[in-house]
Each structure stands twice: as C-alpha cells, then as structure tokens.
Write a protein that binds this ligand. Sequence first.
Ligand code: PLP
Length: 316
Amino acid sequence: MSEARLESVTPEAAPAFPPGIAYMNGRFMPMEDAKISVLDWGFLRSDATYDVVHVWKGRFFRLDKHLDRFIRSVEKIRLALPVSREELTRILAECVERSGHEDAYVEMIVTRGVSPTFSRDPRDAVNKLICFAIPFGWILRPEEREDGLHIAISDITRIPPHSVDPTVKNYHWLDLVMGMYEAYERGARTALLKDDEGHVTEGPGFNIFAVKEGKVTTPDRGVLEGITRQTAIDLCGELGFPLSEEPVSADALRMADEVFATSTAGGIMPVTTLDGQPVASGKAGPVTRQLIDLYWKKHDEPGWSVSVEEVLRQAV
Ligand code: PLP
C-alpha cells in the first residue's frame, strides 16, 4: 500500500456515521457508540440474523410481518431473543422516536454473541440483541425511478438453500457483494444471482418479479421471503393481476414485458435493463407503475402501517 493510500485511512478521514440511535446492552446510545466485540460470532462467522423494517412519515410499514419473520429466523438458527416481542417492539419505536427521524431504516439483529472462554462451541456464546434507527436508505431513489434499475445477471451462483436457508435473513452476502463488483464492471448498477439450475433468485437486498402478457411471476424458492415481495403479491391480488410463485429462468426475465424488484429499502422498483439490454421498451411498465402507486398509498393506511407514537402509547 502506498503512503498516500495509508494516509487516507487515518481516523480523521474515516466516514462519519449516519445520525441515529442504537440500543444494545440494555441501553440507548448514539449510533457512533454502538460497538460490538471483535470476538462476537456475528462478526467472526456471520453468525446472526436480522430484519429491517422502515418508518415512513412517522409510521412503521408492516411491522408485524417483520417481527414475525425475525422471530421465526431467530428460532430457526437456534438463537434466543433476549427480550419479549412486546419489549422488542417498544425498543424499535423508542430508537425511532429518540432519533427524531420521520423516515427511518430500522434494523434489529441477534448475534450468536461472545463466548466468555472463546470456546468453539456456539452453545457457550451469549446471544446479543442490537437495534438501531438511521435515516431511510434507498436502493433506487424516487427521482431515479424513471431511469430504473440496471441489472447484470451474475455468473456467480447464489448460496444454495440446502446450505444456508435463505428464508432466514442473514449476512452471508459474499456471493451478492462479489456479484455487485461484477455488475459495476459490466456497467450495471446491481446484480441478480441464479441458482445452480439457472433460475434467477434474488439480488443484494431485493426480490425480483417478471410480468408477461399480464401475468406476474416471482421465484418460489432459493430466496428470502421478502416483506415487500409479499406486499407486491398482496397488491397484485387487490389489483386483479394474476400471479404465480414459480421457477423463473433468466431467459424468461429477459423476454418479459416488465421486470421489477422489491425491497424494504426502496419499495417496488422498475428494472429497465438486464445485461445492458432494455426490458421491452426500457421504461417502467403499467403494471409496475400501478403497484408502485398503491404501495406508497398503503403507507398511510391502518392495517398496513402504524404510527411510532401509537406503538409507544400501547407499550406503556
Ligand atoms: N433478498 C435479500 C437477500 C435481502 O437481503 C432482502 C432485504 O434486505 C430482500 C430480498 C428483500 O426483503 P424485504 O422486502 O423484506 O426488504
């Protein structure tokens, strides 16, 4: 490493933390004070599960669904949530309230934790809960929606579901991150990975959908059961679009009339090119546009969203 390069990693040059509030070790703290031990299995082995819910204009969107998935994930990988569901709900709301963010990205994590003797037995580790609220982050900002997502279909195979269960939201992201670098080299913005049978799976932080002749399809296996994916499925039902969860080949995606991606970090996002080739006309299609409109409308509706204030009121 050259000297200039070394200089550039001095603490002064380190990026600032996004403003926010975290909760760990039983107390709330500014984001920059939320630190874990390097001996935490979460850090050393990616041994953790997490979930991300967003708050939009002071309201959590589909909070119960995120909590259900998180608690299921914790149980599936033999962790224990150190607080009750009700306490967790209050902690998340309090992180948001204390942060002052109206639009927030709210993460909850349980790591395997540290084992006091550094034993190699995961049962000796003390599981750790970490929550935080920082400003809302976008995969695709609203002003970029017209341009849409440019995706490269990666040559890297997604970790198979019989190795790491993708329905447990996890930090096994090296395949996805390497896919992103590959995508940048190919002039795309992000990547989509296939399984070992050549079906498309998911990308870094999003699920994928195709629309062909009015019918909507999304991969039925090898993916995180995204809450936004489920929301898109629910909204297709409301709008009367036929939908099927089934294997989707890369070719089917390339031949689609519309392609869109779904994520808590950005909602429903038009995909306008695949491997540099336009999807149909290369513009967001009518099905995608209707879904995006309805998705954001639901953010004010009770039943789909709940205000942070209301959550805190119910907690006392
Ligand atoms: N797939 C992966 C691998 C993810 O990490 C995520 C979200 O981070 C998603 C899909 C989308 O899930 P959700 O809609 O719940 O944000």
